[in-house]
Design a binder for this molecule. Structure first.
Ligand code: 9MR
Length: 466
């Protein structure tokens, strides 16, 4: 009997019918021994619950009327994150005028279906409403704290965990903070946000959430680790770290992923995998999902996993088919791998104490990012709009190498584009160059980067690439 069938058996088996006769008792004992192992969890939420964890998804309010979508979401998941509806631009479109209509829609759908909710996100350099983007200094600091207080108070008692601060660290080798208007109010803005959130909703777990902090050897991971360690030492209220875990071939599931989870957990915080998606298909994608789920199961304080959308077609990276259901809502190989791992994978239950190995007191040496060689070879670049909303849009730019391949690329964004949020690329002025890991593109092959644009989306779809 596996640990999981034991847990299910002891927790759920109905009581034996009353019987006095010894013969019946003997029969009952035999029957108890002969009871077949209970069926494994048949949905992600059921299988995860048996391991003391939750399994969640991001939900977009405007998709809830799609019955294929809502049926899968309701059947498979028991933790819900609003993909965009609780962000700063959605909840405070004008200063001190709060709008909870779409966030509440998701909360109500979740609650009426017996699910819990992760709040995402109280303070972030991106997706700030227009009025906040224009602010700096003490007035921005107090506007941010007011936002945290008001939104956390509105949802008080209804949120399992809040992403209090999202994506505050810089990519690359610095291990330091990202520049932003919030950071320029003073680097204690993060702890101020956590204190305000705790005061407003003492029951919610308070998380720091970021991407590219999955690899333990990365400077960014180490920077976040040092902040969390400092917060725990000084009593700043923090309960969890969210690893977004957006993976693709350029940014794969790292071999030391479990070390990262263990190391954060050893600081005395929960770890939640908050925005999981893994680009790819078939058995390779399934194996990557299996590794992520197994790493979480192996660490008792890894308390839940959320995938960033339901079907591939619902994803912010739809072309990378990164989710567990295809566009028709069919279960993919990745789904089966996740379910099987939850049902059968090894690992301690949630009550096992965390590993006792002390975390390193000095961070391991970080490998400096490779210096980008000058671009060579011709390429083309095509821009598509993945998503848009009043005042902004999300764009994907596909860079395709010509016949000689590329060792680094530069793409010039169309005139009028304004962005402070680029991923898989580095921006300087209106020019985006490759990230350290995606400059090498074989002849005829493609890579891509994305950005969040402010204002209206550009009409140009063909960009200059060199
Ligand atoms: O999936 C979200 C997409 O619909 C939005 O256009 C985008 C705008 O910022 O945000 C996406 O979600 C992001 C999340 O809020 C924070 N981590 C990265 C996610 C993917 O970009």
């Amino acid at each position: 009997m596996t640990p999981s069938t034991l847990r299910r058996g002891s927790g759920r088996r109905p009581g034996a019918p009353g019987a006095a006769a010894a013969a019946f008792l003997a029969l009952a004992v035999t029957a108890a021994i002969a009871i077949p192992a209970q069926a494994a969890g048949s949905t992600l939420q059921e299988a995860a619950s048996d391991r003391g964890r939750y399994f969640g998804t991001a939900i977009a309010a405007n998709r809830l009327s799609d019955s294929t979508y809502s049926t899968i979401a309701n059947r498979e998941f028991n933790m819900i994150t609003a993909e965009n509806e609780m962000k700063m631009d959605a909840t405070e479109p004008n200063q001190n005028q709060f709008n909870y209509s779409q966030g509440d829609r998701i909360l109500q759908w979740a609650q009426s279906n017996g699910k819990q909710v992760r709040g995402h996100a109280l303070a972030w350099y991106s997706q700030q409403p227009e009025w906040m983007r224009r602010m700096e200094g003490p007035s921005l600091r107090s506007a941010m704290l007011n936002h945290v207080t008001q939104v956390a108070t509105h949802y008080k008692g209804k949120i399992h965990s809040w992403d209090v601060v999202n994506e505050a660290f810089a990519d690359g080798s610095s291990g330091g903070r990202r520049d932003s208007n919030l950071e320029r109010t003073g680097s204690d803005w993060i702890e101020a946000a956590f204190r305000a959130a705790r005061a407003a909703d003492p029951a919610a777990k308070l998380c720091y959430n970021d991407y590219n902090i999955d690899d333990w050897s990365h400077a960014k991971t180490q920077g976040v680790y040092r902040m969390v360690r400092d917060f725990k030492q000084r009593g700043v209220p923090i309960d969890c770290v969210g690893l977004q875990s957006h993976f693709n071939p350029q940014s794969p599931v790292p071999g030391n992923y479990q070390t990262t989870i263990e190391s954060f957990a050893a600081l005395g915080v929960d770890v939640q995998i908050t925005e999981l998606d893994i680009e790819g298909s078939g058995s390779a994608q399934a194996e990557n999902y299996r590794r992520v789920v197994q790493a979480c199961l192996n660490v008792s304080r890894c308390t839940g996993i959320t995938v960033w959308g339901v079907r591939d077609t619902d994803s912010w990276r739809a072309s990378g088919t990164p989710l567990l259901f295809d566009g028709q809502g069919n279960k993919k190989a990745a789904y089966t791998a996740v379910l099987d791992t939850l049902n059968n994978g090894a690992g301690p239950g949630p009550t096992t104490p965390p590993p006792t190995t002390p975390p390193p007191t000095t961070p391991p040496p970080t490998t400096p990012p490779p210096t980008t060689p000058p671009p060579t070879g011709a390429c083309s670049a095509a821009l598509t709009i993945a998503n848009s909303w009043p005042g902004g849009y999300q764009a994907t730019v596909t860079v395709t190498a010509g016949s000689t391949g590329l060792n680094g690329w530069r793409v010039t964004l169309p005139g009028g584009v304004t962005t402070d949020n680029v991923w898989n690329g580095q921006i300087s002025g209106s020019v985006v160059t490759n990230a350290p890991y995606n400059g090498s593109v074989g002849a005829g092959q493609s890579t891509s980067f994305g950005f969040i644009g402010q204002g209206g989306a550009p009409s140009a779809s063909t960009l200059t690439c060199s």
